[in-house]
Design a binder for this molecule. Structure first.
Ligand code: HXC
Ligand code: NAP
Length: 307
């Protein structure tokens, strides 16, 4: 029996569903003897990416803050047959990032692939955002990504070994993201960092690419993000593809970017979203403010005076 949802529009085909979970485009064993380090690899899209590397024979190191996330990720990946190392690490902390790579080196060797997937986000109108809310999202999403790139890059420069970085982004890096000013600015920084590092480290054999998911719902989404999604009545008809993305579609793209078949691809950010980010309409629908979309009342200067 198909597990795919019913068609969003009976009169239009939309983009067909992807091949089933478990299939791989790359040859089995493509990443045998390769260690892949995934930040935020215990949940959601990070886990889906780690799973596709696992299916292709990789050893995984997954790093994040919450031991429960790491345990769940380890269970899932060992179920696929992968060797897995978990490391508790807050990517905002440079010493913790260095310690996480030390642990990887001691246990399974220096990772050849780094996937910077960990990020932070919640919807909030810009005028309501506290300095700490802004700092927290930028610190995790942009600064944390930089710290992981730096640690990984330093080790490969010292060893003289080629390597691959895949930075997970978001399409509002190009367009702006109403309701997500902090995350959109941080992801724009990640895209720009990707381009800089690809040039700086190309001569050392380190490729750096970005990878952007479209809307890919999954059961690990935080309450903040899930609540935002729940404001849209039906996700599939709201996408040009007439369906949302499946996490494995991001995983397949990540394994391709890290594979030998992408050796001349660097400094690029690949968007996997069924063209949603390029969406424009023939006639403009009425503008609805972020406050209205979130069901918030009018801006209250008193409530934000000390934030
Ligand atoms: C307004 C908020 C808020 C909210 C937190 N803050 N949630 N402000 N609205 N919903 C404020 C807090 O009040 C605080 O500011 C500051 O943010 C830091 O909050 P903490 O809880 O102390 O931070 P911390 O424990 O470090 O947790 C970080 C977090 C949390 C971002 C708040 O949600 C988290 O751990 N997220 C990680 C996972 C995640 O975000 N995944 C989403 C990725 S999805 P004050 O001023 O009070 O001190 C994604 C793209 C989705 O990126 C695309 C959309 C479809
Ligand atoms: P998620 O399940 O909430 O994953 C976020 C991960 O980041 C968690 O595993 C979390 O683990 C980790 N993390 C957060 N802060 C961290 C920190 N300070 N240090 C270390 N790890 C930290 O979200 P997701 O939907 O899978 O998102 C994955 C990536 O895709 C993100 O980069 C996101 O911006 C991007 N994205 C997702 C979508 C989507 O539709 N899902 C759309 C566009 C872009 P801990 O809590 O254990 O630390």
């Amino acid at each position: 029996m198909s597990t795919e949802p019913a068609a969003a529009r009976p009169d239009l085909p939309g983009v067909p569903p992807p091949p089933p979970l478990g299939e791989t485009a790359l040859r089995p064993g493509t990443f045998a003897d390769t260690v892949v380090f995934v930040t935020g690899g215990g949940t959601g899209l990070g886990l889906a990416i780690a799973a596709e590397f696992a299916r292709l024979g990789a050893t995984l190191v997954i790093a994040s803050r919450d031991p429960a996330h790491l345990e769940a990720g380890e269970r899932h990946l060992t179920g696929i047959g992968a060797r897995v190392v978990t490391v508790a690490c807050d990517i905002r902390d440079a010493d913790a990032v260095a310690a996480a790579f030390d642990r990887a080196v001691e246990t399974v060797g220096l990772p050849e692939v780094l996937v910077n997937n960990a990020a932070a986000n919640f919807p909030v109108p810009a005028e309501d955002m506290s300095p700490n809310a802004w700092r927290t999202v930028v610190d995790i999403t942009l600064n944390g990504t930089f710290l992981c790139c730096r640690e990984f890059g330093r080790r490969h420069l010292a060893a003289g070994t080629p390597a691959v970085i895949v930075n997970i982004g978001a399409s509002y890096a190009w367009t702006g993201g109403p309701g997500f000013a902090h995350s959109a600015a941080a992801k724009a920084g990640v895209k720009n960092l990707t381009e800089t590092l690809a040039v700086e480290w190309g001569p050392y054999g380190i490729r750096v690419n970005g990878l952007v998911p479209g809307l890919m719902p999954h059961e690990d989404m935080t309450a903040d993000i899930r609540g935002n999604l729940d404001r849209t009545a039906d996700k599939d008809p709201c996408q040009p593809a007439l369906r949302v993305g499946r996490p494995r579609e991001l995983g397949w793209a990540a394994t391709f970017l890290a594979s030998p078949y992408a050796r001349f691809i660097s400094g690029h950010t690949l968007v996997v979203d069924g063209a949603n980010w390029q969406r424009r309409t023939l006639t403009n629908p009425p503008v609805v403010t972020v406050r209205d979309q979130m069901g918030l009342g009018p801006f209250d200067p008193e409530a934000t005076r000390r934030r």
